[in-house]
Ligand binder design. Structure first.
Ligand code: ADP
Ligand code: MG
Length: 300
């Protein structure tokens, strides 16, 4: 009896594979389907598992042909295309901004200067923040309050917590929105900004001034790289001092809380070092509220 059942299962499995294969081959008769699969170098043995999702992508791509503006978008989410990406031996489908949506977003955030920031961060908006995430409720409330009350509020935020939890995304969402309302914003991946400054050029004073004087500033990923004495005192120190003296809202993200950051900023263990590092931490404390982000890693 068992033998017969096993045989039946094997037979059904074969049948199922055959049905999948047939529907994939049928779909490939559409030149647009074929073109998508070929352009992404998707092998048949992978593509065959995603026929209907690929068909959804093809349908959306066809909608885009000859389209002239977001107003006439026929896709499921206006301005976005359901699009596959080959990741090892599987396909991941995401909503990717079309050229009109891309242009719209770039235009909206033309008041933001980004240094070395990933593309997704430029797209961050408050409406994309998941409000049901209980672990971030306090942070989301804080951001909303800032958004509603700025420029009456001047205190920024020091947001620390685990890698990939969405710290940069959340603050960028707030600052991008404020830029849409007309504020001037600078968002800097701070470790790379400092690295760039090492290649001394005449523009370096201008670059530091840009950070000092920006209406709103995010220094992203504090403490991610060892810092030199010069970077700490002449660059970071002078930026936070200036912003404190002029009540300019300043935001920071870090994997470290302020105590841990203080240790990171003491380049050596000497007494002078500790005082210099403490001075910066004190300024950051005056510039910000501090919140911790406990959440799952959102990086894929
Ligand atoms: P962290 O700064 O804490 O290391 P990120 O802000 O870089 O984390 O977020 C990690 C990844 O998750 C990024 O790719 C980011 O774009 C994505 N992400 C974070 N929060 C959201 C969100 N609310 N909606 C969509 N993507 C998000
Ligand atoms: Mg980050």
């Amino acid at each position: 009896m068992e033998k017969i059942q096993n045989k039946l299962k094997a037979y059904q499995g074969k049948d199922y594979d055959l049905i999948l294969k047939r529907s994939y081959e049928e779909a490939k008769k559409d030149p647009s389907f074929n073109e998508l699969v070929n352009s992404l170098k998707i092998k048949d043995e992978i593509g065959v598992r995603y026929t209907s999702k690929l068909e959804d992508s093809v349908k959306e791509l066809k909608n885009c042909q000859g389209c002239k503006s977001l107003m006439e978008c026929k896709n499921k989410i206006t301005g976005y295309i359901y699009y596959p990406k080959l990741v090892e031996d599987r396909l991941e489908f995401n909503y990717v901004a079309c050229k009109y949506q891309e242009a719209k977003m770039q235009n909206e955030t033309k008041g933001v200067l980004y240094y070395e920031m990933p593309h997704l961060i430029k797209q961050a908006r408050m409406k994309d923040i998941d409000p049901t995430d209980k672990t971030r409720l306090e942070i989301i409330k804080w951001l909303k309050k800032f958004y509603d009350n700025y420029p009456k509020i001047q205190k920024g935020l020091y947001l620390h917590g685990s890698f990939g939890s969405g710290k940069t995304y959340l603050i960028a969402a707030l600052l991008n929105e404020l830029a849409i309302k007309g504020s001037k914003v600078v968002i800097v991946y701070f470790p790379d900004f400092l690295m760039g400054l090492k290649n001394f050029d005449d523009a370096y004073v201008d670059r530091i001034n840009e950070l000092k004087k920006s209406e709103l500033l995010l220094l992203d990923d504090m403490g991610a790289q060892p810092i030199s004495e010069w970077s700490r005192d002449e660059v970071l120190g002078s930026i936070v001092q200036y912003r404190m003296d002029n009540s300019l809202p300043t935001f920071f993200t870090s994997n470290y809380n302020l105590e841990e950051l203080e240790a990171k900023l003491s380049v050596s263990k000497g007494k002078e070092e500790k005082i210099a590092s403490r001075r910066i931490i004190e300024r950051i404390k005056q510039l910000t509220d501090q919140l911790e982000m406990i959440s799952v890693n959102r990086r894929k």
